[in-house]
Design a protein around this ligand. Sequence first.
Ligand code: SAH
Length: 213
Amino acid sequence: MKDTAKHQGLRNQLANVLKAKGITDENVLHAIREIPRHLFIDSSFESHAYQDKAFPIAAEQTISQPYTVAFQSQTLAVKKGDKVLEIGTGSGYQTAVLLLLKAEVFTIERQRELFKKTSRFLPKLNYNPKKFIFGDGYKGLPEQAPFDKIIVTAGAPYVPKPLLAQLKVGGMLLIPVGDKTQIMTQFIRKSVTEFEKHELGDFAFVPMLEEKN
Ligand code: SAH
């Protein structure tokens, strides 16, 4: 688990790439400069870690593209102490960004292998979510609801009702919706019964699957 000046240099460059692509939130850019992304992927592929692309991790899953992580994090507009539910822990990289933005994070993963690996790994780097959950994100986390923000990091064929129901009034759900490619979709809860919907462009994620594995 080595992090060198060379890695730091590559991270600074990556942050500049993301800036050029439209990421303006300084706290998000700071997190990109801070988090050793090379430690989140297999060490033999280290050279890929600071390119702006998605990459395979375990269990046929991917670590999201840095731009996507930065875009979702910026859109989420995390405030210190926000209670955030993340669906799709994966490598834990997005989780680490949320933690550096000072969110209180509950993160759900449906692949046991990834759940085990990442729940051991993140604390070693001193990234400590409130809770790692092995479960099905379609159901959300009713026992901890309501949340200020809910972020989904897998492509959802439809918007799961429980996720909308578990938002605070004033809260936000950010979810990529679609089969082959997805439209990043933002829901703001205006009142108990009203949601405002915004579509924020096309992205590509691995599919959100039901149940757990
Ligand atoms: N944020 C992660 C993204 C990983 S890819 C990262 O950057 O590493 C999406 C993740 O969502 C995968 O790990 C996949 O197993 C998980 N996933 C898919 N469907 C899910 C569900 N219903 N509930 C929880 N996690 C799910």
